[in-house]
Each structure stands twice: as structure tokens, then as C-alpha cells.
Write a protein that binds this ligand. Structure first.
Ligand code: GUN
Length: 295
């Protein structure tokens, strides 16, 4: 059995490395074409978790030298007012990436807003255009959390080809794009969700379990086989205020060959991938602008 340190998939460490690279590229972009990558975030309402995530994203933008702006809107804002802001951001040449922090209040049509974002600025990868490109294994913007998981696996030389991967959770943000990425990388993929009968039957067969549903201790030691790889995408707060994942880390880590802690695993990677996607958008926009100048 390896020492625990040897089996931790350390998202904090990798995210710092990625941030460093993004920061270096930002300097290069600024000196070669005078462009500063820009991210606009739309935050609606007072949800403390959303506000905390947006704050972390803003700080990360500052660290790498991006321009960033947050449009904070009251809970009672109308659909039309948010739509107007998105159209303005689509047309703003200082903005390369647009992120609408989810979830939105129930009176808002989230799908309509996501579809309004210019797909070339869709750094969250939630627009159906980018979803379609992901499913067909074409280049595009990929949702940050599952993209971060793939980067983490790559960093630790974990090849998913031919592996039995069980994704627990079928959300548009995490589960579905996670499954698509794994499938594109030639894994055998099962998606389990709230209506899955006998979750354990599925997870016991998995070489890799990826769980992101926000249920504390959903994955326990008896549900996984020896040497399983565990990717914990969940984040919840206990009654005592401690942040924890979906996996009983203490006991499951004894059986696993690799495991992500939560917090400190996938979370930091999500932010690193947002930076990386925004840089990608900025480079595409810079190339388009220089083409236009040449014409
Ligand atoms: N809410 C929870 N996760 C995410 C995310 O990755 N992007 C956005 N926009 N909202 C979220």
C-alpha cells in the first residue's frame, strides 16, 4: 500500500502550475498584440455559495493579469434585463469570455440565456453549440469542472482508455460532459443518477468512480473495489460548517490507488480551466482581429 500522499490527486498543486502558465501567456499576448484577456461574470441574487465562487474566479483573473468585470444583479431582475446585458457583453471587444453563474432564480429561463451567449465567448461550454461539439469530439469550449478532471488524470498519467468509468450524477454542468470526455478518451462509461437502482452494483464494477452530486458520504468503502481511482467532484458543507465531498475519504482512501481530496482536488482545477478557456477565447479573438486588420 502506497503512502497516502502518493495517491492524492493534488488539484491545488496542478492548478497553480496551470495558473503560472496562463499568466506567462497573458504577458506574452500583452506584449505581442497589446491584448488583455477579459472575463465578464453575471451574478444574480445573493446566494452565498455563488458569491464565494464568483469571488474566487475574480481573484484568479487578477492573479493572471486578466481584465474581469462582475455584473451583480438583484434576485428580482427581469429576464429581459439579463438578456440585454448578455447582448452587450457579446458585442464588447474587451470581453473574451462570458460566464453566467448558475443556478439562476426560478423565474429566469436559464436555457434561453445560455443560448444567447456568443458560442465563441462561451468559456463555460454550456451553449448547445459547444455541447454538440463536445459530444462529436470536435474542438470547442468544454465545461470547466470535467475538463479539470481530465487534466488531473493526465497529470498523473492515468489513461482511461478501456477502463470502466462510473459517473455518478447526470447534470449538464458536470455528469454529462464528464461522460462525454471519458467516452472521447475511449473509456467505457456508465452514468448513474438519482433514479439508478442499486448504485453499489455499478460502482463495485468501476475502475474509476467520478462522483459529483453534493451528497455527503454517498460513496463508502463497501461500494468500491480495491485499487479504484476516485474523483470526488462534490462539495457540501456539514452542519459544523466544514467543506466535504461526496466520498467517505477517510475509509475509501484506504482502498483506492488514487483519490482526489475535497476540497483541494477538483475545485481548484475548475478555476484553472476557466482561466485556460478564457485565454483560449482571447487568443481566437486576437487572431480574428489581426486577420481583419490585414484585410
Ligand atoms: N455553478 C456551479 N458550477 C458552475 C460552473 O462551473 N459554471 C457556472 N457558470 N455556474 C456554476
Amino acid at each position: 500500500m502506497q503512502l497516502l500522499d502518493g495517491k492524492i490527486l493534488d488539484g491545488r498543486k496542478l492548478s497553480k502550475k496551470i495558473e503560472q502558465n496562463v499568466g506567462d501567456e497573458v504577458k506574452e499576448l500583452k506584449s505581442t498584440c497589446g491584448c488583455t484577456p477579459g472575463l465578464a461574470v453575471v451574478l444574480v441574487g445573493q446566494d452565498p455559495a455563488s458569491a464565494a465562487y464568483v469571488n474566487m474566479k475574480k481573484k484568479a483573473c487578477d492573479r493572471v493579469g486578466f481584465y474581469s468585470i462582475t455584473h451583480e444583479m438583484p434576485e428580482s431582475i427581469s429576464q429581459e434585463a439579463i438578456e440585454k446585458t448578455i447582448v452587450q457583453l457579446n458585442n464588447d471587444t474587451n470581453v473574451d469570455g462570458i460566464l453566467i453563474q448558475l443556478p439562476l432564480p426560478s423565474h429566469i429561463d436559464t436555457t434561453k440565456l445560455l443560448e444567447l451567449v456568443d458560442p465563441s465567448k462561451d468559456v463555460d461550454g454550456f451553449h448547445p453549440y459547444n455541447v454538440g461539439r463536445l459530444v462529436t469530439n470536435l474542438d470547442g469550449f468544454v465545461p470547466c469542472t470535467p475538463l479539470g478532471v481530465m487534466e488531473l488524470l493526465k497529470e498523473y498519467d492515468i489513461d482511461v482508455k478501456g477502463k470502466n468509468c462510473v459517473v455518478v450524477g447526470a447534470s449538464n454542468i458536470v455528469g454529462k460532459p464528464m461522460a462525454a470526455l471519458l467516452l472521447n478518451a475511449d473509456a467505457t462509461v456508465e452514468i448513474c443518477h438519482i433514479f439508478t437502482d442499486d448504485l453499489k452494483k455499478h460502482t463495485l464494477n468501476a475502475d474509476i468512480v467520478l462522483c459529483g452530486v453534493g451528497v455527503i458520504n454517498l460513496i463508502t468503502e463497501d461500494m468500491v473495489k480495491d485499487d479504484v481511482i476516485i474523483i470526488d467532484i462534490g462539495v457540501s458543507r456539514t452542519n459544523e460548517g466544514k467543506l466535504v465531498g461526496d466520498v467517505d475519504f477517510e475509509n475509501v482512501s484506504k482502498k483506492s490507488s488514487y483519490i482526489t481530496p475535497s476540497p483541494g482536488g477538483v475545485g481548484p482545477m475548475t478555476i484553472a480551466m476557466l482561466l485556460s478557456n478564457t485565454l483560449k477565447a482571447a487568443k481566437i479573438n486576437a487572431a480574428k482581429l489581426s486577420e481583419q486588420k490585414e484585410c
